[in-house]
Design a protein around this ligand. Structure first.
Ligand SMILES: Cc1cc2nc3c(=O)[nH]c(=O)nc-3n(C[C@H](O)[C@H](O)[C@H](O)COP(=O)(O)OP(=O)(O)OC[C@H]3O[C@@H](n4cnc5c(N)ncnc54)[C@H](O)[C@@H]3O)c2cc1C
Length: 444
């Protein structure tokens, strides 16, 4: 106790401890089932606070969790009895004079970045939820409506500044620590605390975009419509579909489309999908990109859910059957993101960055939502049954949508890149101080 008090006194930023008036609010994370009681939540004001916190966690053998937006599905941005390093004071952002890049503090949230870049007619590749942190988003990969044209969020990282496990400050870019630069583009929070990212900006103002909703008593109808359309999608077009179902409601799919280019070309590209007989709603039009990004509310409350995820190169009839059958027998509200990976995302060679999914295909992320005290069992049973039936590719998964799947799950997710990641981990974090994440075990 005296140690904690002395540590807190040495921090220039803010420290929240159990019993403090703001502690209960500060310990909340998106994944409500993992909400824990950290001994300390530290909001560092500067690099020295980060170094002091790493040293304290290390020398007292405290679990250490890093938080940016707090949206980890696996609840890795909190820990029981440990130290949470909450990066929310690192929220500065500077657009370069030539507008080619922006420097983002390691605690920025995506929504705030998009508002500021939009004022300059610019955007970088971010996701669909304003309260997701750039930290987790960029480090794990980063899928969003601009990716098929401009690459993943991580493909747009030009460089970063980090504090390593031993307290050293380093830069990672093409010229300085290129191995670390390779690893942070997809390798998650395994290598150090990122205090700043430099990312590429693109001239984006209006896009041809919106949501196309298809409804049917049988989800096979709209899943096939979605699948059959995908091969025709040009690089300018990103599609992220959300299929949802709940007992006593007709299943539906909301396909978020974003065409970055001339509206007339977008109209042409989307026509086959928009004219499908199952379409019940269509909001696609020319609109400011920011408007599309703000369709998801900024304030997403903590949620109780169970997840499974995977990648399929072929969205074949077997997978459609399995998903459709599962969604027709869902015991609770369920949904499934189907993320179309193609274009600029899959033209990057798999060995060029740590991010493993560089083949055309679908990233799939299924969630079953429940309410305490007793909804978890049914949701979990449904997810487990789906996992046994849904054939996902053996290697490759998107770590940002994985739950806690252990060493084998992480190894499978990174596939061919895992071994190289292990060697880089051994160099920068040999004792695995940064272990609360989709963890890469240090080599040796
Ligand atoms: C509602 C919702 C919407 C989402 N939408 C999208 C989407 O559109 N596209 C997409 O790709 N993903 C999306 N995701 C998934 C999201 O990318 C991941 O959950 C991501 O990890 C969240 O980042 P965060 O900073 O908010 O989370 P946190 O829980 O704060 O961080 C997650 C992990 O990232 C690491 N980390 C974060 N910041 C730093 C830092 N500064 N330095 C070092 N390590 C750090 C840590 O290991 C931490 O455990 C969504 C998730 C939710 C819950």
């Amino acid at each position: 106790m005296a140690k904690l008090t002395a540590f807190a006194r040495g921090i220039a930023g803010t420290v929240f401890r159990p019993g403090d008036p703001k502690y209960e609010k500060r310990r909340e994370v998106y994944a409500a089932k993992f909400a824990a009681h950290p001994a300390l939540i530290v909001q560092p004001a500067n690099i020295q606070d980060i170094q002091t916190s790493l040293n304290f966690a290390n020398s007292n053998h405290l679990p250490l969790a890093i938080r940016c937006g707090g949206h980890s599905y696996a609840g890795y941005s909190t820990c029981e009895g440990g130290l949470v390093l909450d990066m929310s004071s690192f929220r500065s952002m500077t657009i370069a004079a030539d507008k080619s890049r922006v420097r983002l503090g390691g605690g920025m949230l995506c929504g705030a970045v998009e508002i500021e870049t939009a004022k300059a007619g610019l955007a970088t590749v971010l996701g669909q939820c304003p309260s997701v942190g750039v930290g987790g988003f960029l480090l794990g990969g980063g899928v969003g409506p601009l990716m098929s044209k401009y690459g993943l969020g991580c493909d747009n990282i030009l460089g970063a500044e980090l504090v390593l496990a031993d307290g050293h400050q380093v830069k990672a870019n093409e010229d300085e620590n290129p191995d670390l630069y390779w690893a942070i583009r997809g390798g998650g929070g395994n290598f150090g605390i990122v205090t700043a990212f430099d990312v590429t900006l693109h001239p984006v103002s209006n896009v041809f975009a919106g949501i196309i909703t298809l409804e049917s008593a049988d989800p096979r109808t709209f899943l096939r419509a979605f699948r059959d359309f995908l091969p025709t999608a040009p690089d300018e077009l990103t599609l992220i579909a959300l299929m949802s179902a709940e007992p006593k409601h007709k299943p539906q799919i909301d396909i978020q489309v974003c065409y970055v280019g001339e509206s007339a070309e977008g109209e042409k590209a989307l026509a086959p999908l928009r004219h499908h007989s199952a379409v019940v709603h269509d909001t696609v039009k020319s609109r400011p990109y920011l408007e599309l990004e703000q369709m998801v509310p900024a304030d997403i409350p903590p949620s109780y859910d169970e997840h499974c995820s995977g990648f399929f190169r072929e969205f074949d009839d077997t997978r459609i059957e399995v998903l459709a059958d599962a969604f027709l027998s869902a015991p609770c509200r369920v949904d499934c993101f189907l993320i179309h990976l193609h274009g600029a995302v899959t033209r990057v060679p798999v060995a060029a960055t740590a991010f493993p999914l560089r083949r055309d295909g679908i990233g799939c992320d299924v969630a079953a939502y429940w309410k305490p005290p007793d909804g978890q069992q049914a949701a979990s049973r449904w997810i487990e049954a789906l996992k046994t039936k849904l054939p996902v590719d053996e290697d490759g998964n998107y770590v940002n949508v994985m739950e806690r799947e252990g060493e084998n799950g992480v190894r499978r997710a990174y596939g061919a890149n895992y071994m190289r990641l292990q060697h880089i981990k051994a160099r920068y974090d040999p004792h695995n101080l940064f272990s609360l994440n989709q963890n890469i075990r240090p080599a040796g």
